[in-house]
Design a protein around this ligand. Structure first.
Ligand code: ADP
Length: 431
């Protein structure tokens, strides 16, 4: 029976009751008394059913419904249906939660769920292993209070979901972790920590290999280069057929030596500690020095102009900054014709300062821009090799800037020129 028809039936039942009470009351000439008796009986019946409802709500099952007909029967069976649906949903959710918990427990990465105040709600097996958390005592504790190393608490406080943190595992300095945060729900966060010890070891092996190979090649190349030079200067070798091969051999050994030197510079940049980064470098002076040095790069260099608007100095390594600016300026000079110009500038942009190398040369097509700082990436390999380029210049610039916590921004248009901007933040600047 639907709700509307049971309401109608109940209304008719009340009307009938009052009509019967009116009829009996008319016979005995006591209409009011009999109507009151009828209403009292109706109220008592409803109170009784309400009591039964309250008792039954403790465990509302279809099998134990106390009333099966009329409006009350309808109310009881509807509640039984809702309750049964609710129970099924709860069962489904419980199964889901169990499956989710079991699968996240099996994850090799540490996963810690945190409430909006940073307290631990839950964590998996790997979090015990990698972060040293203990279920019995740590759930409910603020996560940042549990680490002695300040890295993780500072990372949690910053709550920057786009960043990752590389740090050593609390309690096990042999393990290296990469930690990230992910938001979920209403203000909750997931802390995920991955064991990257093996990855870092492999990276170190690769870097050491490149550094060692470069180092080993250095001496043989110097010896070969020296012999070629001796042969070129040897007046007793008069055969004209030797001139061109010796010239090519000399060019190629010099090119290999430059590649080896650039690879060694990259290796040094990757392994050097931050202790060399303490000098206050006068960028105005540096730009003027590099501009003078680069005048001799070509017989017909473009005009090089220096514009220094800022008096701020950069806290860092003067040799590295010299190398970065030289690489940028050498590229600009090589890619700009004699009637063009190259501008070196140093100016402030709010709290940041910008070192820019801007040329009116050939420019770079947009599809190459994202890959320019990759090792050995060249827009035109043939031309780069021809002029002695190693394809490592911009990779070195990027590394040097990274060590100075500066960013490299590149904008360019084919046929109009390029602009390489190094943005230094306030932490690296001295007023
Ligand atoms: P390379 O030794 O070939 O110059 P770099 O890493 O310094 O290597 O530069 C990578 C590539 O970027 C170059 O091969 C060149 O094609 C392009 N490039 C760099 N600077 C400029 C510039 N100012 N104008 C045009 N192209 C440039």
């Amino acid at each position: 029976m639907n709700a509307r028809s049971s309401w109608l039936e109940e209304t008719w039942r009340v009307v009938l009751l009052i009509l019967v009470a009116l009829a009996i009351g008319a016979v005995f000439d006591q209409i009011l008394l009999f109507v009151l008796i009828a209403l009292a009986a109706y109220t008592l019946r409803n109170l009784y059913n309400l009591r039964r409802l309250a008792a039954w709500l403790g465990d509302p099952q279809a099998a134990t419904i106390p009333v099966h007909f009329g409006l009350w029967g309808d109310i009881f069976s509807r509640i039984a249906r809702i309750s049964s649906r609710q129970a099924q949903r709860e069962k489904r959710l419980t199964t889901l939660v169990h499956e989710y918990t079991a699968s996240t427990s099996a994850l090799p990465d540490a996963t810690v769920a945190l409430d909006p105040q940073g307290r631990i709600l839950w964590f998996n097996e790997a979090a015990s292993r990698l972060l040293g958390l203990v279920a019995a005592k740590d759930v409910g504790q603020p996560l940042q209070n549990l680490f002695r190393n300040p890295d993780i608490p500072a990372f949690l406080a910053a709550a920057d979901f786009s960043q990752t943190l590389q740090t050593r595992a609390p309690g096990n300095p042999e393990l290296h972790l990469e930690v990230r945060l992910a938001p979920y729900g209403e203000g909750q966060m997931l802390l995920l920590a991955q064991d990257i010890t093996e990855r870092l070891r492999q990276e170190r092996v690769r870097k050491d290999f490149v550094a060692n190979v470069s180092h080993e090649l250095r001496t043989p190349l110097t010896v070969v280069g020296g012999f070629i030079e001796n042969l070129q200067n040897d007046d007793s070798l008069t055969d004209p057929r030797l001139v061109r091969p010796l010239e090519l051999m000399s060019q190629q050994t010099s090119r290999m030596s430059r590649i080896v030197e650039d690879l060694l510079q990259l290796a040094r940049l990757e392994s050097q500690s931050a202790t060399t980064m303490r000098a206050a470098v006068d960028i105005g002076e540096l730009l003027q020095l590099v501009a003078d040095e680069c005048q001799g790069l070509r017989d017909d260099p473009p005009q090089i102009r220096v514009d220094v608007q800022s008096g701020r100095r950069v806290l860092g390594d003067d040799k590295q900054l010299h190398s970065a600016v030289t690489n940028l300026l050498a590229n600009a000079v090589h890619h700009t014709t004699a009637d063009g110009c190259v501008d070196l500038s140093w100016c402030d942009d709010g709290a940041d300062s910008l070192l820019a190398v801007c040329d009116s040369g050939e420019g770079i097509a947009a599809e190459h821009l994202p890959r320019l700082t990759e090792r050995f990436y060249r827009v035109d390999s043939g031309r780069s090799r021809e002029r002695g380029g190693t394809g490592l210049g911009l990779a070195i610039v990027k590394h040097i800037l990274k060590r100075h916590r500066a960013d490299l921004e590149v904008s360019s248009r084919v046929g109009e020129g390029s602009r390489f901007t190094c943005r230094f933040g306030p932490d690296q600047l001295i007023a």
